[in-house]
Design a binder for this molecule. Sequence first.
Ligand SMILES: Nc1ncnc2c1ncn2[C@@H]1O[C@H](COP(=O)(O)OP(=O)(O)OP(=O)(O)O)[C@@H](O)[C@H]1O
Ligand SMILES: [Mg+2]
Length: 309
Amino acid sequence: MANIVTITLNPALDKSISVPELVPEKKLRALSAKVEPGGGGINISRALKKLGVASEAIILSGGYTGKTLEALLSKEQVAFTAIETEGDTRENFVVFDEDKKLQYRFGMPGERVSDQELGLLMQAIGNCAHVDYVVLSGSLPPGTSTTVFHEIAIIAQQLNAKLIVDTSGDGLKAAVKEGLYLIKPNLRELASLVGKEWIDMADVIVTARQVIVAGACKAMAVSMGADGAMLITATEHYKAAAPQAPVLSTVGAGDSMVAGMLAALTKGWGWEQVLQYGVAAGSAATLHKGTELCSLSDTDRIFAEIKKN
Ligand SMILES: Nc1ncnc2c1ncn2[C@@H]1O[C@H](COP(=O)(O)OP(=O)(O)OP(=O)(O)O)[C@@H](O)[C@H]1O
Ligand SMILES: [Mg+2]
């Protein structure tokens, strides 16, 4: 069994409700309410658990929201190490309008994290023994320098682990300085990585190869929402289409996709199947409302469909 560590620097307590119709002034009665642990790495660990793969989530966590988040992770039997922060863990809020089938996402600002707290997080990562994969995903707490991503990449290398990164903007630019195993940008994030406003699907392979040849990563999965994804290495490239199914919520699609790819990697599968299983898991996450991640049965069913095409 591969040893996987996920890292979440900016976790969140995700609250989601659905209302019959979102209208101003009126008192709205929630039809359902859910509280879940969230943030890139945490979601990947939770999705991995659903896919039957164990991992350990290293997180920053503070205040009563942090305690709730930790209790929820324990309930889901996701192993974690929490570095306590003085500031409270932030909250996110999702409202689903049942009438219009539309989703509204609100993010509360997070609190700053001190250098000492970040230092303890780095120590916790460095102390991990026999790690095969380190997964760095999500945003940075407000005020934290993107160089932290580069520092984590260096630690992952010292651990001899394969580093997988799913983040955006300057954070991604800082992480790739070290030469990563796999990155999963969407089209917008890939464009930003190469200093462009936008990239057409037709230019994805050429652009990805430029990034790979420059030494930024060994492989790149470029996700394209409803259009599925492509996976590019120095010598191979594959495309997988997402299935046509009614989409209820795309929240967590990217995280589920990374978890799917990782689950496939731990089975020793080749890049084409790694991509297909990732797309299957990403699309599986869209079949449910709110923040729900991929289920194993949906992922396996969609994977079988993708392989047939
Ligand atoms: N509308 C959709 N229909 C079908 N599948 C989808 C849709 N949106 C996303 N997916 C699936 O999830 C994968 C990742 O989605 P996407 O490209 O939107 O990632 P992202 O932009 O990183 O998303 P996130 O907001 O979760 O970070 C896609 O490759 C696809 O398999
Ligand atoms: Mg994403």
